[in-house]
Structures are given as structure tokens and as C-alpha cells.
Design a protein around this ligand. Sequence first.
Ligand code: HEC
Length: 210
Amino acid sequence: MGKQRLKSGEKILFSIFGAFFVLGVIAFIGMEVVRSRTATPMFVSTTHFNFSPVGLEGSKIYREARCNSCHRALRMGTNMGLNLDGIGSRRSLQWIEGFLNDPEKVYGAATLDHGSALAGPKEANYVAKLPKENLRKIAVFLSELTADSGSAVAKAPPQERSGFIDQMVGTFAPESWKEKYQDVRTKPPQEAPHEAPHENGADVKDSEKK
Ligand code: HEC
């Protein structure tokens, strides 16, 4: 059977696809050229750090203790555990140090990987067994990883009041909810319920921090 010639419809389809492909390649190269030449960053960085000498020591211990094999901090590491960038704006130093020493007590719930020395074969149960002094330095390091309020990694809501959200709450939240739920923007964070420590563990000091 001889070679089949393309029908004209196929030719049109293939050339449209080809044109898109070529355009895509050109656009990608163009964007990369612009990106490499521009002085302004493409993405606004919402996480910050300013390390004290102890914090700097803590960062070394943190690296040596293989925390990065599960966590992400300073944009390095993995996402197996929680992202620790910005944790200093979510949790107080005392909370972090308390968690590292006795995770389950501080969470008030069973943990997945962290755990006390006695708690079963958890992968990160070695953390609580590290020397107390090292855990304190790691906690200082982590508390110095801050984020802008309202950014994705800082769960604290933005300081400013949003007229739009006020209006939405007024429109969609029935009166009965007002007794049942409290507005996180007005509620003092330390009164947060403990069943969801990931979201509500911040204390007053955290929300006052920038
Ligand atoms: C095997 C994976 C793993 C390793 C290794 C690990 N973590 Fe974690 N980490 C987790 C997970 C998962 C959680 C969530 C709590 C849980 O279920 O254990 C967590 C939670 C945390 C939290 C609480 C975060 C929050 O806001 O609730 C801190 C702080 C923390 N880890 C620090 C560390 C430090 C410091 C090290 C290294 C010494 C470390 N982790 C090593 C998996 C890990």
C-alpha cells in the first residue's frame, strides 16, 4: 500500500498545531530572556529571615539533624512534613521549643512523625531525643523564619480590615452563626480551640509580630 497523502483538513490541523508549538517555544525563550535580564523579581518574596548568632547556630544543627528530609525551610528541603518558612509568624518561640521537646503534648493530639522517645516507631521521634540545648537553638532558628501577615505561609489574617469580607459575612453568615462561631479577626488567638492546632496554635505574641 502506497504512502497516503495528507488530506487538506489534516494539513490545516497540523499547521495550526505547529504554529502554536512554534509560538510557544518563541514565547518561552522570550520570557526566559526577559526574566534573566530584569532587575525586579518576578515573584514577591513574602518570607523573611534575620538570624541572630544563636539562630545561625540553630540553622546548622537543623541541617545536620536532617530536618530538611521532611520539611522545607529557606525554600530548601522537601514537602513530606510541614513547610517551616514563616513559622516564626505563626508560632511563638516557646511553642516551637515545646513542640520539639514534647510534640504530642503541645499538639494535644497524636502526631504522625514527631513523637516522644517512648512513642512507637515514628520516623522523626529522634528529634525529641536531641540534646535540649540543640532543640532550643533550632527553635530560635525557626522562630526567626518570619512571613508577611496575610501571606500564604502565615495563617494569621492580614492586619487591615477588608470591607469586602465584612460585607460577605454580613450577607452570607446567618445570625445563629454569630453565637456558634467567632470571627478570627476579632477573637484573641490564644482562646483558639485546641482541636485544630495546625491552624489555631498561634498565640497573642505571634499575631503582634510582623
Ligand atoms: C520523617 C519526617 C520528619 C522529620 C525528619 C522531621 N519532621 Fe518535623 N514534622 C513532620 C510532620 C509530619 C509534622 C506534623 C506533625 C506530626 O504529625 O508529626 C512535623 C511538624 C513539625 C513542627 C511543627 C510545625 C507546626 O507549625 O505545626 C516543627 C516545628 C518541626 N516539625 C520541626 C522539625 C525539626 C526541627 C526537625 C529536625 C530536627 C524535624 N521537624 C524533622 C515530619 C518530620
